[in-house]
Design a protein around this ligand. Sequence first.
Ligand SMILES: Nc1ncnc2[nH]cnc12
Ligand SMILES: [Zn+2]
Length: 363
Amino acid sequence: MDTNDGVAATGDAAPDSPATATSGVPEFVEVPEAVQAPLPVAELHLHIEGTLEPELIFALAERNGIQLPYADLDELRSRYEFTDLQSFLDLYYANMAVLRTEQDFADMTRAYLSRAALAGVRHAEIMLDPQAHLSRGVALETCVNGVASVLAVSEQEFGISTLLIAAFLRDLSEDSALEVLEKLLAMDAPIAGIGLDSAEVGNPPAKFERLFARAKDAGLHRIAHAGEEGPPSYIIDALEILDVERIDHGIRCMEDPELVERLVNELMPLTVCPLSNVRLRAVDTLNEHPLPAMLAAGLNVSVNSDDPAYFGGYVDDNFAQLRSVIGLSEFDCVRMAANSIRSSFASDERKAELLAELAASGH
Ligand SMILES: Nc1ncnc2[nH]cnc12
Ligand SMILES: [Zn+2]
């Protein structure tokens, strides 16, 4: 690991040109950062339905005989202009209509993992929104088994260890969430934890106190979106009422210095998603993103892609823009990669393996 200031990543790999005296290239020329392997990271904040790329949406629609309300890819892409979280969620839920069979869920998962492997992801904790599929008449077994069947071979095929997290939609009732959780437990679904997502404002953590208590009882990990659009008090409530182990986003903690101090002291992981925050207008531009201030405050932050098909990039794209647009140093990138691994729910053995890989990565 080096601690040099980051050089802007161009995204274009330089041609292979060994720096020999005879090639005319001085021997001391360093390998440009762009040709280095990506940082090995754990992706901790990823909605699998948010990885549905436009091409796959069209392919699945055709396979399932579904008429999309867009004439072509360009028309679909023209809708990816969001004004806030809800404007995104409307499209995100609408596009799920193409997911009908186990094969559809498996294909989506496989597409994410193969792209994530190129992005440097070595461990992924993947959220699935079962209620968004049940409400369309897709069985729980269909979505869970479709995703899980590919996760089961992910380490072997993609070198990515995985865990599945059932995320519950906070704009629905707690009773609905409890009913689905009981079904997941009864079918022995391979879930490692539960999450809380969807429309945040007006749906505070306290609404899901019984759900999270039940999940804890069942030995499940607990995470929740908080402080994406919602106030800092939602972060406090997620910690105190839901007893979460990680906060998804959490960027609005910066409005409450006492909360920041608490999060620092507790080493509470915050899974930050910079490109998502810009696209959903939680921040105006990447330059105004609080991530550098969060790092300076000593918060345990990691970089994640959230819904990469909708927000302009996977985790490597997030890092590349942080380097090139706001000049984030290589030291901070490596620090966040290490945070992501340490904050994961992977086994201690797997974490040690990944930290060793990070140390040997040359970053
Ligand atoms: N960024 C996000 N916030 C809340 N719910 C989501 N579901 C998918 N992406 C989300
Ligand atoms: Zn999210």
